[in-house]
Design a protein around this ligand. Structure first.
Ligand code: ZN
Length: 416
C-alpha cells in the first residue's frame, strides 16, 4: 500500500483532522504535502458533506444539506518541478470505499443518493422533482443494493467526482468575472445560476490567519467543473484511468475528493451519485511544456480506466428538444437529455416504482447517457441506456405487460 499522505479519522469532522484540507479553489491555499514525479501515494477522502447525511429513513438531512461546506477536498499535493504550462499526469492506481473492518476509517460500508429540494440546490429535473428525497445504498464487494429501491442490484463504477489542479490568480479572477456576470442576469433565481465566492463555512487549509478573509472572499466554489478539472463527475474515471491536467501554478497543487461508489451519466439528481468516503491511490508524473506540445490550452484530457461494470444488454430511452408543454426548442441537448430521462422514469413507474425511486436509480446506477444527434434542426436527440441485468425482474417490454414489483417503503422524503 502506498504511503498515506492525507490520513483521515472517521470519528472526526473534516476540520479536526491531522491535516486540514479545503473546500474552495484558490492559488494561495498551501500544499499539505510534496511529492516527486514518479511517486505513488494514498489519499483518504471524506464524503462530500462531511458526514451530515445519515444512514436512516428520513430525507430531512438532504433537505437541509449544508451546501456552503462542500466539497471537502483532500490536498493540495505539490508535485516538485511542475510549472505552469506543464501537463500533470495522474494515474488512478486504485479507488474504493472506506474499508469496513479495519483501521481508523472503519465502519462506513454504505453511501447515499439524494434528490435536492428546489430551494436547496435543485437538480436536473427540479421542475418535476422539487422536494428532497434520499436512498441509502449498502455495499457488498463491488455491488450496491438499497432498502429504499427494491428489486435492483448493480456493480458500482467507483471514481472520484472531483479532482483538479489549483487555478492561477489570473484564472481564478476570470472564473469569478464570468460567473458573476451570469449571476447578474438573474440574481434572485432559485436555484441560482451560479455560486459566487462564499466566506461562510470556507475551509482554506493552511492559509495564514492574516490572509484568510481575503482568500475566503476570492476563492471559487467547488461545484462546477472548470479548466482545472474540478467537479467533472465523470463516472469513467475509474481505477486504471490516466488524466492529464493543465498546470496553472508552480507545483500544480492537485486536490481530490467527492468519491462515488457509482453514478449514472449526468449525475442527474445533483447529489446523484452514490456518495461515500473512501481512499484513492495516485501516481503522478509531469510532461514538461505539455500544454503547448499537445494543444491543451485549458481543460483536462484523460484515458478512462478498464474496470467498468460488464453489462451486455441495455434498454434505452430517447428524448428531443421539445418541452413538456409542447414548445419547440432549437437544438437544446440539455432539454433532450431531460426528456429522455423523464421517459425512462415514466417507464419504470409502470413496474411499481415511485417516480422518485426511478429518478434516484438513474442518478446512481451505471447508466450511459449520450448526445446522439446534435445537427438535425430543430431537434437534438439525447439517449439514456439502462442495463437490463441490474433488475431482478424482466424489465423489457413484452405483450404480457410489466410485472408489478413491491416498491417497499419507497424513498424517504423530507418532512418539509
Ligand atoms: Zn459527489
Amino acid at each position: 500500500m502506498p504511503e498515506v499522505l492525507f490520513p483521515l479519522d472517521s470519528d472526526k469532522p473534516f476540520t479536526e483532522q491531522e491535516k486540514l484540507g479545503h473546500n474552495r479553489w484558490h492559488p494561495d491555499i498551501p500544499p499539505v504535502a510534496s511529492v516527486s514525479p514518479g511517486d505513488s501515494f494514498r489519499v483518504e477522502c471524506r464524503e462530500w458533506f462531511d458526514g451530515a447525511i445519515r444512514n436512516d429513513d428520513s430525507a430531512d438531512d438532504v433537505r437541509h444539506a449544508p451546501l456552503n461546506s462542500v466539497h471537502t477536498l483532500s490536498g493540495p499535493f505539490q508535485v516538485r518541478g511542475a510549472e505552469p504550462g506543464d501537463l500533470l499526469v495522474v494515474d488512478i492506481l486504485d479507488v474504493g470505499p472506506i474499508p469496513q473492518e479495519t483501521g481508523p476509517l472503519a465502519g462506513q460500508g454504505w453511501g447515499y443518493t439524494g434528490i435536492f429540494s428546489r430551494s436547496n440546490g435543485g437538480g436536473f429535473l427540479t421542475e418535476q422533482f422539487p422536494d428532497a428525497y434520499k436512498a441509502v445504498w449498502d455495499f457488498s464487494g463491488q455491488k450496491a443494493t438499497s432498502r429504499h429501491i427494491p428489486g435492483v442490484e448493480f456493480v458500482g463504477i467507483v471514481h472520484p467526482g472531483l479532482m483538479g489542479t489549483a487555478p492561477s490568480a489570473e484564472l481564478l479572477a476570470r472564473w469569478n468575472r464570468r460567473e458573476g456576470d451570469l449571476i447578474a442576469t438573474d440574481p434572485q433565481r432559485v436555484p441560482p445560476l451560479a455560486l459566487p465566492p462564499e466566506p461562510q463555512d470556507a475551509v482554506l487549509g493552511g492559509v495564514d490567519a492574516g490572509d484568510f478573509d481575503r482568500v475566503a472572499s476570492e476563492a471559487a466554489r467547488t461545484a462546477p467543473p472548470r479548466e482545472n478539472g474540478g467537479n467533472q463527475d465523470i463516472k469513467n474515471l475509474t481505477k486504471g484511468s490516466r488524466i492529464f491536467y493543465p498546470v496553472f501554478v508552480s507545483g500544480a497543487n492537485l486536490s481530490v475528493g467527492d468519491l462515488h461508489f457509482s453514478q449514472g451519466d449526468g449525475e442527474i439528481t445533483f447529489c446523484g451519485a452514490i456518495e461515500m468516503g473512501g481512499f484513492i491511490d495516485l501516481h503522478v508524473d509531469v510532461i514538461k511544456g505539455g500544454m503547448d506540445t499537445y494543444g491543451v490550452s485549458e481543460n483536462a484530457i484523460f484515458m478512462p480506466g478498464r474496470t467498468d461494470p460488464q453489462y451486455s444488454e441495455w434498454l434505452a430511452f430517447s428524448g428531443t428538444s421539445v418541452t413538456l408543454e409542447g414548445e419547440q426548442r432549437y437544438l437544446d441537448s440539455q432539454l433532450a437529455y431531460q426528456r429522455a430521462c423523464l421517459h425512462a422514469i415514466d417507464y419504470l413507474t409502470t413496474f411499481g416504482y415511485t417516480p422518485e425511486q426511478a429518478y434516484l436509480l438513474l442518478g446512481a446506477a451505471p447508466i450511459e447517457g449520450r448526445f446522439s444527434g446534435v445537427v438535425d434542426v430543430p431537434n437534438s436527440c439525447a439517449t439514456v441506456y439502462i442495463p437490463t441485468e441490474i433488475f431482478d425482474f424482466d424489465v423489457r417490454p413484452s405483450a404480457d405487460g410489466p410485472v408489478r414489483i413491491d416498491p417497499g417503503q419507497g424513498a424517504p422524503r423530507s418532512a418539509d
